[in-house]
Ligand binder design. Structure first.
Ligand code: DAH
Length: 343
């Protein structure tokens, strides 16, 4: 078979195969098979050595012309297929803008964390520093430095989870007062949110694990009016204008004088309702002037400095704020309940 016929044959095969090709991959396959380094046309070029020397230039020229022509045909076909593929892809990937959007699944924050964040924001805004400490606490900090002596009823095994004779699960965040005073010099302004533990039976208003936030201010000339002003600011910030505090005398070993603090019922704004049992007030925290004995035990000169402290129960705040009637809901992890608390 002469060179011309061989070329014509390659041309024919290639056109036929291209005619059937329907994808970019297939085109590439044909290119390799016909025009590639080991392709049929290249084989012709290699076989030229067997031709008579005077025939070689002519044959070479023919092969090169064929390569150019076939390459052009192939590229034209490749472009055609590429355009088609693109069109199909566009059709396939068309976005139906009238379809209802699939909303991303968004988590929610736990009501206790929401309240904690709000309190932290409120107090850091007043210049308080946030301090966290151990939940497994030394008896020394939890009781001794808080002026709760060995035979005080609060130490009763019924209330306290003991790890051993000297270690307890903290029963309140108050030991953080001692930790703050022992590691800082006045002026001290700290809040200490966290988990606390008491051996209580579970019911609608009790849980063996709950949350408190301790507050402590120690400086020169700190007095009860500063405590009142701070807590009033907190009440307004958290619940809005018109919410104020009422102080009732009380007793805590670590404060003297001590007070139980009520807030205007945010449900009825003091008129009296079911939530506040008709009184117009809700009890939310304990507070007082830091007992000088506590200051001294924590290395602060009580003849120069004074301080106030307060302890807020976060469950109570959360329950009031979100109208939650049973504390157990806060710990059961039911997503139908928890999903309701979006900021
Ligand atoms: N530690 C107390 C409790 O757990 C709460 C408390 C009362 C904290 C008075 C204080 C305070 O800082 O001054 O019941």
């Amino acid at each position: 078979m002469g060179m011309k016929e061989r070329i014509a044959e390659i041309h024919a095969t290639m056109t036929e195969e291209l005619g059937m090709a329907a994808s970019t991959e297939k085109i590439e396959e044909i290119r390799v098979k016909m025009l590639g380094k080991k392709g049929e046309l290249t084989a012709l070029l290699r076989g030229m050595g067997q031709l008579a020397p005077e025939d070689r230039p002519k044959a070479g020229q023919m092969i090169n012309e064929a390569r150019e022509k076939l390459t052009a045909i192939l590229e034209a076909k490749a472009a055609e297929i590429k355009a088609k593929e693109r069109e199909e892809a566009l059709k396939r990937e068309t976005i139906d803008v009238t379809q209802p959007a699939e909303l991303p699944r968004v988590g929610s924050q736990h009501p206790i964390n929401l309240v904690m964040d709000q309190l932290v924001e409120c107090f850091t805004g007043m210049g308080f520093e946030v301090l966290e400490g151990p939940e497994i606490e030394l008896d020394h900090y939890n009781f001794e430095l808080m002026n709760i002596p060995k035979n005080h009823p609060a130490r009763d095994a019924q209330d306290t989870f003991y790890v051993d004779d000297n270690i307890v699960l903290r029963t309140h965040t108050s030991p953080m007062q001692a930790r703050a005073m022992l590691t800082r010099k006045p002026p001290i302004r700290v809040i200490c949110p966290g988990r606390v533990y008491r051996a209580d039976e579970v019911d609608a208003t009790h849980s063996p694990v709950f949350h408190q936030m301790e507050g402590l201010v120690v400086d020169k000339d700190v007095n009860m009016a500063d405590l009142r002003g701070t807590l009033n600011a907190f009440a307004e910030k958290l619940y809005g204008k018109g919410i104020t505090t009422r102080f009732r005398p009380s007793f805590f070993p670590f404060t003297e004088p001590s007070t139980e603090v009520d807030l205007t019922c945010s449900n009825c704004h003091g008129k009296g309702c079911r939530v506040c049992k008709g009184t117009g007030w809700i009890e939310v925290l304990g507070a007082g002037m830091v007992n000088p004995k506590v200051l001294e035990m924590c290395g602060i000169d009580s003849s120069v400095y004074s301080g106030f402290a307060f302890g807020i129960g976060l469950e109570r705040i959360a329950m009031l704020r979100y109208g939650i009637s049973d504390m157990r809901l806060l710990y059961e992890g039911d997503v139908r309940f928890l999903g309701q608390f979006r900021k």
